[in-house]
Design a protein around this ligand. Structure first.
Ligand SMILES: NC(=O)C1=CN([C@@H]2O[C@H](COP(=O)(O)OP(=O)(O)OC[C@H]3O[C@@H](n4cnc5c(N)ncnc54)[C@H](OP(=O)(O)O)[C@@H]3O)[C@@H](O)[C@H]2O)C=CC1
Ligand SMILES: CC(=O)[C@@H](O)[C@H](O)COP(=O)(O)O
Ligand SMILES: [Mn+2]
Length: 393
């Protein structure tokens, strides 16, 4: 009989969270495969309570502390213990489990993910912002505590599936859909609404990552993520537009072979791989790939004029570990204000670029690599402040 795996899930009410819950509650030959330790959400207290009831979670944390009593009332009569506030989410992450799925959106995931790493849990890492902000420090912490980082982001999961570290690698190729504005003109992009920006052609995702996909900031964050996760310089990472999102990424070896992972655009596949690693699990709900039905797969180069974020990511990696942290923080502020209709779509990358330049030019002193996580949090705070000032000016 196979062992039941103890799993925690941060960001249970989001897009990745819901896909993960569907896997955690599926049965294998009538038997549960997973025991849910902790769940968390920020403010969607009803969905969190429903998820706790459906999974029999031992602990549930709501990030918004004012919702604790409501969560307790909703979970009355169950065995689920409730927590709240940032401390509650960190407690959820700190409860011993085999694998924690990190699916909070944004750099807010960093502290709880770090807590889970320090507990020695393996991390099924959907949240790319935490690795972008704290790259090497996070990976060193994972090594120190015997925590395996299992990439969930579809491109990195694809690379993880086909990467043979014993062989010489010439290139990683990250595929990108091109987002909703792949064929739009610069003028159309300047006038784009938040509704247009979040309507991704292939993936159903949370608002923040959807806007990032539209600006290709998502691919920029992913380029940095890949460089850290696979310890590969940016010069060996290409970005290739592939509008169908069927090939999730490729690895080119020095004998001319290129290995890729393919599948329908459904996050249950990469999540399931991270949950069942080093094995695979049956995922009955995912549509199987039918290439004859799809007919053709297309590829093109990204346009650096309409999508300047990719070059910015390369520059960040050249500048040093402080730069991706600043880049991410400024982008988070800009995306938030774009979603609130306070700035235009193309302002997102221009604000991010301008904040990065201010730090590069020494407005906040000489920049150096963060020595510890406190440095990372402080730089994140400063970059957010600068981005807000930049937008208000
Ligand atoms: N969606 C996708 O297909 C993919 C997502 N990712 C990455 O996974 C992460 C999650 O994305 P996605 O699921 O789309 O995001 P969503 O916005 O759909 O969900 C975010 C989740 O995090 C919770 N949350 C938000 N802010 C906080 C906070 N400050 N503290 C604690 N919890 C918080 C939300 O709770 P509440 O609902 O209560 O607000 C929700 O459960 C992102 O980093 C994204 O880049 C990577 C690849 C694909
Ligand atoms: C599903 C996933 O991993 C997303 O990060 C996806 O890559 C977004 O699509 P883009 O390729 O348009 O950024
Ligand atoms: Mn991705």
């Amino acid at each position: 009989m196979s062992k039941i795996k103890r799993v925690s899930l941060l960001g249970a009410t989001g897009s990745i969270g819901k896909s993960t819950l569907s896997l955690l509650t599926q049965q294998c030959n009538g038997m549960p495969e997973f025991q849910v330790v902790s769940l968390s959400a920020q403010s969607n207290v009803r969905a969190l309570a429903d998820a706790a009831k459906a999974t029999g979670a031992e602990f549930a944390a709501i990030g918004d502390g004012s919702l604790l009593e409501e969560l307790r009332a909703l979970l009355k009569g169950t065995n689920t213990v409730c927590g709240a506030g940032e401390g509650g989410v960190i407690e959820a992450a700190s409860r011993p489990c085999e694998t924690l799925v990190s699916a909070i959106s944004g750099a807010a995931a960093l502290k709880p993910t770090l807590a889970a790493i320090r507990q020695g849990s393996n991390i099924a890492l959907a949240n790319k912002e935490s690795i972008v902000c704290a790259g090497t420090l996070l990976l060193e912490e994972a090594r120190k505590h015997g925590s395996q980082i299992l990439p969930v982001d579809s491109e990195h999961n694809a690379i993880f599936q086909v990467l043979d570290v014993r062989k010489r690698i010439e290139k990683l190729v990250l595929t990108a859909s091109g987002g909703p504005f792949r064929t739009a003109s610069l003028e159309e992009m300047k006038l784009a609404t938040s509704a247009q920006a979040i309507s991704h052609p292939n993936w159903s995702m949370g608002a923040k990552i959807s806007v990032d996909s539209a600006s290709m900031m998502n691919k920029s964050l992913e380029l940095i993520e890949a460089s850290y996760l696979f310890d590969i310089p940016e010069s060996q990472i290409d970005v290739l537009i592939h509008p169908q999102s069927i090939i999730h990424s490729l690895v080119a070896y020095d004998d001319g072979s290129v290995l890729a992972q393919l599948g329908m655009p459904d996050m249950r596949t990469p999540i399931s791989y991270a949950l069942s690693w080093p094995n695979r699990m049956n995922v009955p709900g995912v549509h199987r790939l039918d290439l004859a039905q799809i007919g053709e797969l297309n590829f093109e180069k990204p346009d650096p004029i309409r999508f300047p974020a990719i070059e910015l990511a390369r520059k960040c990696l050249a500048l040093g570990a402080w730069a991706p942290n600043v880049f991410n923080a400024a982008n988070e502020i800009a995306v938030d204000l774009f979603l609130k209709n306070k700035i235009g779509f193309m302002d997102i990358t221009s604000v991010t670029k301008s904040v990065l330049e201010r730090f590069e030019l020494g407005e906040y002193g000489t920049m150096s690599d963060p020595k510890n996580f406190e440095d990372v949090f402080e730089l994140d705070r400063l970059a957010r402040k600068q981005a807000l000032e930049e937008i208000q000016a």
